[in-house]
Design a protein around this ligand. Structure first.
Ligand code: R5P
Length: 315
């Protein structure tokens, strides 16, 4: 028996197509809300249906323009709270600013924490998200956080390809755990790239490859691909060490600044991502394979609403 009244799912402007597919999975109509900007650049939100005592889920990945999307979500939470929603869950399939999660230089912010505080202050009761840059970001919230992973989805797709002599490659030390999990799912060995970020610009250097990759099919794993710099330098380093082919995968295809075109032009065979973020037309980038996380998010929403285990989805 659900503890809260009727389940309602609403979308901000970041990724309505994903919210719609989640609603199809749940077999409910998408909630009616208007979210727009006045000519003075101020964002306005109005729920166009009653949300009093409802179990409200607000779907909004932090896609570009990131700051606008965050602000939209905060205002949606505020509007739902003031309209007496029973419970408000911020569904954030991609949590931007996740990389700004520590003071690793003097006089820098911890923006991932700031955004968590803003969401809580606005009135969110829970967060549902996917593959945070670091799991510890869950602890930035003083409200419950359910973190799903797209790893099984990506692994199933790659396993079905039956690639010859696969080796799973973590593109940096931080991606090692994800890569190890995927290697276990594929029954493949693991290799790790030693990557260095150069200054605060989006530039990386791959220094070393730990593990045996010669003559194998490499499958690179990361939480996100942003400019594509890490992936492209990884491909060069792997090819220098005699890798046969490279397939790449990640949960979040941020693909900023022309990354999709650069990856399309590279020697990578396929880049497998999920739809936590909206993506450009697949016909432009045939190497880009997009798998939907809508059933995962839909199932998690169903379970949260009905007080069932979310963890059991991954057992
Ligand atoms: C960083 O630690 C992340 O796991 C990714 O490796 C990074 O976000 C990728 O960024 P880019 O594609 O710009 O190299």
């Amino acid at each position: 028996m659900p503890a809260f009244d009727e389940l309602r799912v609403f979308s901000g402007n970041a990724h309505p197509a994903l919210a719609q597919t989640i609603c199809e999975y749940l077999d409910i109509p998408m909630g009616q809300v208007e979210v727009f900007k006045f000519s003075n650049d101020n964002t306005f939100v109005r729920f166009q249906e009653n949300v009093r005592q409802r179990d409200v889920f607000l779907v909004q990945p932090f896609a570009a323009p990131v700051n606008d999307r965050i602000m939209e979500l905060l205002i949606m939470v505020d509007a739902a709270r003031r309209a007496s929603a029973g419970r408000i869950t911020a569904v954030i399939p991609y949590y931007a600013y996740g990389r700004t999660d520590k003071k690793d230089q003097p006089r820098v912010p911890i923006t991932a924490r700031l955004v968590a505080d803003l969401l809580t202050t606005a009135g969110a009761d829970r967060v549902l998200t996917m593959d945070l840059h670091a799991g510890q970001i869950q602890g930035f919230f003083n409200i419950p956080v359910d973190e799903l992973t797209a790893l099984p989805l990506l692994s199933r797709y790659l396993k079905a390809k039956e690639l010859p002599d696969p080796v799973v490659v973590a593109v940096d030390i931080g991606a090692t755990k994800r890569a190890r999990d995927m290697a276990a799912k594929l029954g493949a060995p693991l290799a790790i790239m030693e990557k260095r970020r150069v200054g605060n610009a989006d530039r990386t250097e791959t220094l070393n490859v730990i593990g045996e990759v010669q003559g194998r099919t490499a499958i690179t794993v990361d939480d996100e691909i942003d400019t594509g710099g890490s992936l492209l330098s990884t491909i060069v380093a792997l090819e220098e060490r005699g890798v046969q082919d490279v397939y790449a995968c990640c949960t979040h295809g941020v693909l900023s600044g022309g990354a999709a075109g650069r990856i399309q032009g590279s020697s990578v065979k396929e880049l497998v991502i999920s739809d936590t973020l909206p993506h450009a037309d697949g016909s432009l980038y045939p190497k880009l394979i997009v798998l939907s996380v809508a059933p995962l998010l839909g199932e998690a929403i169903h379970r949260i609403h009905n007080g069932l285990s979310v963890g059991a989805m991954f057992e």
